[in-house]
Write a protein that binds this ligand. Structure first.
Ligand SMILES: C[S@@+](CC[C@H](N)C(=O)[O-])C[C@H]1O[C@@H](n2cnc3c(N)ncnc32)[C@H](O)[C@@H]1O
Length: 404
């Protein structure tokens, strides 16, 4: 956590408290949406205030368990100011003289800062079950991964090469006061120098870029698509990777984007229009006949499977508190089914890429090994395990499989 001194106003602290309460104690509330709503409701806050609230919100979610240890109490909906005070003190910020902080004994909290952590799970601020799972699956290296996953992620964008080039986009963004840098080894990626709302820029509205992590950008490249091919993106969601594939295919050929949720595909269509991507069709997978009709039709199939998302905890720290082992077992079962069913869509000599944003072997290499053992007509040709500790970006897994 950073050591910064910020002059806070009372309504910032009240907004922060409300957002944390909603995120933790109301059902089905995702941190990014909660924060978006808070900032929308408080349009008068300046950029420093917004930065303070956003950073504190995400850092308190990230470090919840460690903060609870220092505060000597579990976070409940009526003691959030106590947790906020602990966070501010830990960051060497002063506790503002607001009534909300009146009954908080600063000295007692500070004394607990000297105490050793009772476990790695408290130190890294994760639930016990997650420590056991990571330790069992990754061995001693889980510690390095967890350390890396607790570092806030920078914002990375993918240049839409259907409309512009990296250096051209960099200049356009600079004119809109958004400073970016190139990332070595990722030709279409730019990293923002600081967090800011880029969705309001003209460059975004003109479809010149999409927000997409550098690791995620490797998936599209890995599929080795070419202009003119017939490609199926079988878990397309709102189309982060579909749009990248359209750019790599220079708008030539056909991409069929599938998902079980029609509403996600609707978002994909809007994004495709903004991106100027014209070779994408969408179809909701509402019954098994849809996949049956598509068997043996694709040169390339991407299976960007639903997963635990443990590789992207830097961006979604609330997932630590929302996930559980039952969910992971269930998703592993689903991944197995999805891989089996969608593998049939690829033609002979065509490639299939199975990808997740998880770092657990049970969702990744074990799934692929199991699939290959049951489907001798498929062969692994390449595999990438991107770990947050060594890549500096999101954790990702991708396996390239050919149909013989
Ligand atoms: C990891 S997300 C996809 C993210 C997307 N490819 C992107 O790059 O933005 C996985 C997606 O799989 C979808 N999904 C879940 N089960 C599915 C199934 N049986 N068939 C197709 N899609 C499925 C989910 O709705 C979700 O959108």
């Amino acid at each position: 956590m950073d050591n910064k001194k910020i002059k806070t106003h009372r309504n910032l602290i009240q907004g922060l408290e409300q957002a944390i309460k909603t995120s933790f104690f109301e059902p089905d509330k995702y941190a990014d949406k909660v924060l978006e709503r808070l900032l929308k409701l408080n349009k008068k806050w300046g950029s420093k205030d917004r930065g303070f609230v956003s950073e504190s919100f995400y850092e308190i979610i990230r470090w919840k368990r460690q903060l609870e240890f220092y505060a000597n109490r579990e976070m409940k909906d009526d003691n959030i100011y106590f947790i906020i005070a602990t966070y501010l003190l830990l960051n060497k910020q002063e506790i503002p003289p607001f009534p909300e902080f009146e009954k908080i004994y600063i000295k007692k909290i500070k004394e607990r800062f000297k105490k050793p952590f009772p476990s790695r799970a408290v130190e890294f601020s994760i639930p016990d079950w997650l420590q056991s799972r990571m330790e069992n699956e990754l061995g001693s290296s889980w510690i390095y991964e967890m350390k890396a996953l607790n570092i806030p992620a920078s914002t990375i964008i993918r240049v839409n090469t259907l409309k512009t080039h990296a250096d051209e986009l960099q200049k356009s963004l600079e004119e809109e006061k958004v400073a970016t840098n190139f990332i070595q080894g990722y030709k279409d990626a730019l990293v923002l120098e600081r967090k800011q709302n880029i969705f309001k820029t003209k460059a975004f509205q003109d479809g010149l870029f999409e927000v997409q992590d550098a690791s995620s950008q490797l998936v599209g490249e890995f599929l080795e698509v070419k202009p003119g091919m017939r490609v199926i993106d079988s878990c397309a969601g709102a189309g982060g990777k579909t749009l990248h594939l359209a750019a790599l295919m220079e708008n030539k050929g056909q991409i069929l984007a599938l998902d079980i949720h029609e509403w996600k595909l609707q978002t994909l269509k809007q994004r495709a229009r903004r991106n100027g991507a014209h070779n994408i069709q969408t179809k909701a997978v509402t019954d098994s006949k849809i996949l049956k009709r598509l068997e043996n039709t694709a040169d390339r199939v991407l299976i960007d499977a639903p997963c635990s998302g443990l590789g992207v905890l830097r961006r979604n720290p609330d997932a630590k508190w929302k996930l559980n082992n039952e969910f992971i077992y269930r998703i592993i079962d689903e991944q197995k089914q999805i891989l089996q069913n969608n593998s049939k869509l690829v033609k002979k000599n065509g490639y299939l890429v199975y990808a997740t944003c998880s770092i657990l072997p049970s969702e990744n290499s074990h799934q692929v090994e199991n699939f290959l053992s049951k489907n001798p007509d498929f062969e692994l040709i390449d595999e990438k395990k991107i770990m947050p500790s060594t890549s500096n970006f999101d954790g990702f897994y991708m396996a390239k499989i050919v149909r013989k």
